[in-house]
Design a protein around this ligand. Structure first.
Ligand code: FES
Length: 297
């Protein structure tokens, strides 16, 4: 009886494991075994993986722009930054500089880390290359495949999801002629992917944009919040024209209670359910502009 229950649970778990991954799950005595006619390398990770599309960018495939022969050296200017970064750490803890050095290498290399870029970082840090590969593969801010000039990242975590992240994704895909996350436009301008919570859920839904068009000096990584599908397309069109779209909330100053995106519309001061029974008591939000002005005076 107990064994039967265990087997049924194992089968259900196995089905769940197989769902959406492209893998098949075959029952086997003593548990479930994942088998598949597909070799792992043949899977489309951007679609089949349960977390986010970034897995697509974390797999190395030899390509004309990223192979054993692709050269990478820090520019003379960035070499100075490398030295500044290394100076922050004790000589025997050099490898603590792996994240800032990878960030620098990626920004110099227009948005992605080639094998040689990672090897260069390992060489500078005097650490085994695998230590650098591990970091570059683990953190989703590092890309190991060629990216568009602008990397558009749609937040897909719960608050953004319930406020319209799926509509934002669909609108961007349609506007850019893409089928799914993990793809780039044919002209190499935009790459679209999904990110996990980017920490401004109060202004959901939101996207982040990494702009690799202006080198290390001009690199920006901006958040665009409280967006509707119309706002998302407007942001893309600004970028396409080389203009700077509005950063932060598209409809309010910061995150004051001025409204909310609901059903793909900005709704100012919506009436409705609230857990408040009166005016909330302080402390209230600081007046940041006033404080900044006071600091200057
Ligand atoms: S869920 Fe999107 S920023 Fe937190």
């Amino acid at each position: 009886m107990v064994r039967g229950v265990v087997l049924r649970v194992a089968k259900a778990a196995g089905r769940a494991l197989g769902r959406g991954t492209g893998l098949t799950v075959a029952p086997a005595e003593g548990g479930q075994k994942v088998v598949g006619p597909q070799a792992f390398g043949a899977l489309n990770w951007s679609k089949g993986y349960a977390t986010n599309s970034h897995d697509h960018f974390n797999i190395h495939r030899n390509s004309p722009e990223n192979n054993d022969e692709t050269p990478f050296e820090f520019t003379a200017e960035n070499d100075k930054i490398v030295k500044e970064i290394l100076a922050r750490y004790p000589e025997n803890y050099k490898r603590s500089g792996v994240i800032p050095l990878l960030t620098l290498a990626q920004t110099q290399n227009k948005g992605f880390l080639t094998l040689s870029a990672m090897n260069k970082v390992a060489e500078i840090l005097e650490t085994p290359a695998i230590r650098v590969y591990e970091v570059a593969t683990f953190y989703t801010m590092f890309n190991r495949s060629k990216m568009g000039k602008y990397h558009l990242m749609v937040c897909g975590t719960t608050p953004c999801m319930v406020r319209g992240a799926v509509k934002i994704k669909d609108a961007l895909c349609e506007h850019l002629g893409l089928k799914d996350y993990g793809e780039s436009t044919a002209d190499g301008m935009f790459t679209l992917s999904e990110m996990e919570c980017m920490g401004c859920c109060v202004n959901a839904p939101m996207i982040a944009v990494a702009d690799y068009t202006k080198g290390v000096e001009g690199f920006t990584y901006n958040y665009h919040e409280d967006i509707t599908t119309k706002d998302a397309i407007n942001i893309v069109e600004h970028l396409r024209r080389g203009e700077a779209p509005k950063v932060g909330s598209q409809h309010r100053e910061t995150c004051e209670p001025a409204g909310v995106v609901y059903e793909d519309q900005w709704v100012p001061k919506p009436e409705g359910y609230t857990t408040l029974t009166g005016e909330p008591r302080g402390p209230y939000c600081r007046d940041l502009k006033k404080e900044a002005a006071e600091q200057k005076s």
